[in-house]
Design a protein around this ligand. Structure first.
Ligand SMILES: [Zn+2]
Length: 471
């Protein structure tokens, strides 16, 4: 196999015809604009330019392609990248349209086909790293970026208003899902080194290891079943839980965000995500004091405990407080002084790590009604199950968070603002794709995954040639 099937690097074209062609086009365009536009107000002038922007910039791009890739634009012979056979270009150059934020143009370039390998290719496309669709990667990037903020229709509208170029909501939708499909939890997370650097910075000059909180919570998202291939009917909407976690460091009076990950998933899939985090050693367990926080739901505690057994655990204070108040209300009456005193006493005991006293007290309480009896039994069970997670006094002194507000706000700004729109019922796959990209934005990895997507996409399109190049 040939080491290099064709020259993919730019070669300076000493012939300056390309430049003359650009100026010639510009001259004609200016005449046309002057003739067709009433140039009174600034809006008329800028509007005329904006309308022709894609074409003008496109011709400039074409000129520079001619300058650098004249050899590929006019290539007559080429070796097959697979078998090395010498091939002659087709008689006619083949047209393709290129749309990018930096202009639109038609490119006519030579096509080669090897009958031996049943392989057809355009050396210039590969040299330029063109996307397979007319819309180039910069447009795809913007489509995904807008679509993770706005409903697809509005995103398409925003795109048109900002760029002057039309784009359909369907295209926005397809592109966003296509990009997100390439990625999983570890792509969305910062690297081990990036996390360690933040931990190290926070550790400087401190006596104790910094606190790293792992807040876990679920939030409901509107979904509908994906249609089965044999019956195309739209399924009925249902609310499903997006399970997520947020990992952050606590600085004195602020939090340093590290990772958010939310997906509509079951307990097993949630645990698999955490396992990947552990396998990639993203949490430097020997350098931080890890603490898990969440409400009383079992999935928050069971698997995560197996995966990170050394983490301290805190039951969300507000969640616990709701349960305690519920008992007080039914037993002593709402806003009653006795109720208030009992609640305060109970929390004082919890802050002094006397949860057993609280449970004992509840056991000897004489329920005033069957409702009170039920609530008391509930809270006894709840506190017994979370016995090791309610030592609020010591957790507070050690600098841990007692409330899971950080994950609740992540639920809002990552999930709700985009998924909970009136009339929106999501297929789970599509909702999860949006969540992935939104998490990437908050984790600071969005640009990185887009870059990775572009690389993967190019490798995919030009696989045959690059395989030959590498051999
Ligand atoms: Zn061949």
């Amino acid at each position: 196999m040939p080491a290099q099937a064709f020259q993919v690097f730019p070669i300076e074209n000493s012939d300056n015809t390309w430049r003359d062609e650009v100026f010639e086009f510009l001259n004609e365009k200016i005449d046309q604009i002057v003739e067709e536009t009433a140039m009174e107000k600034i809006d008329d002038i800028t509007g005329a330019i904006f309308q022709n922007k894609s074409e003008i910039l496109g011709q400039l791009v074409l000129g520079l392609i001619k300058k650098n890739y004249n050899h590929l634009l006019n290539q007559e012979y080429c070796e097959c990248p697979i078998c090395g056979r010498r091939l002659k270009a087709w008689n006619k150059k083949v047209k393709r349209t290129i749309e990018s934020l930096g202009g639109c143009l038609d490119l006519y370039r030579p096509y080669f086909y090897c009958k031996n390998c049943n392989h057809g290719f355009y050396p210039l496309d590969e040299a330029l790293g063109l996307a397979s669709s007319p819309k180039q990667h910069d447009i795809q990037d913007l489509e995904a970026w807008l679509s993770t903020e706005l409903p697809f229709e509005t995103a398409a509208e925003a795109f048109k208003r900002c760029t002057g170029d039309p784009l359909s909501a369907d295209h926005m939708f397809e592109t966003t899902n296509h990009i997100a499909n390439h990625f999983d939890i570890l792509d969305i997370c910062p690297t081990k080194d990036e996390i360690e650097q933040k931990v190290n910075e926070l550790s400087k000059g401190r006596f104790r290891r910094p606190v790293m909180m792992m807040a876990i919570d679920g939030a409901h998202a509107p979904t509908r079943p994906e249609p089965s291939p044999w019956k195309g009917k739209r399924g009925k909407g249902e609310w499903k839980e997006a399970k997520g976690f947020r990992l952050y460091l606590i600085d004195t009076d602020r939090i340093i965000h590290l990772i958010s990950w939310h997906q509509i998933q079951d307990e097993k899939e949630f645990a698999e995500g955490l396992l990947k985090i552990r396998s990639a050693r993203l949490i430097p367990e020997n350098k931080v004091r890890l603490c898990r926080i969440g409400d009383g739901v079992p999935w928050i505690w069971n698997k995560p405990l197996e995966i990170f057994p050394t983490a301290r655990e805190v039951l969300d204070y507000y969640h616990c407080s709701e349960h305690i108040h519920a008992v007080a209300n039914v037993q002593y009456g709402k806003r009653n002084r006795k109720a208030q005193e009992w609640v305060e006493g109970t929390f004082t005991r919890l802050f002094h790590n006397n949860v057993d006293d609280v449970i004992r007290g509840l056991r000897i309480m004489e329920p005033v009604s069957s409702e009170a009896e039920e609530k008391i039994t509930d809270v006894i069970r709840y506190l017994s199950k979370n016995r090791n997670r309610v030592d609020y006094g010591s957790a507070k002194r050690a600098g841990y968070h007692l409330g899971s507000g950080a994950i609740e706000s992540a639920n809002k700004f990552i999930g709700h603002v985009r998924l909970k729109r009136s009339g929106a019922w999501w297929y789970v796959t599509n909702a999860n794709n949006i969540l992935k990209l939104r998490c990437a934005k908050y984790n600071g990895t969005y640009d990185r995954i887009i870059h990775k997507y572009i690389e993967m996409n190019r490798e995919n399109i030009y696989a045959k040639s690059s395989q030959a190049n590498n051999s």
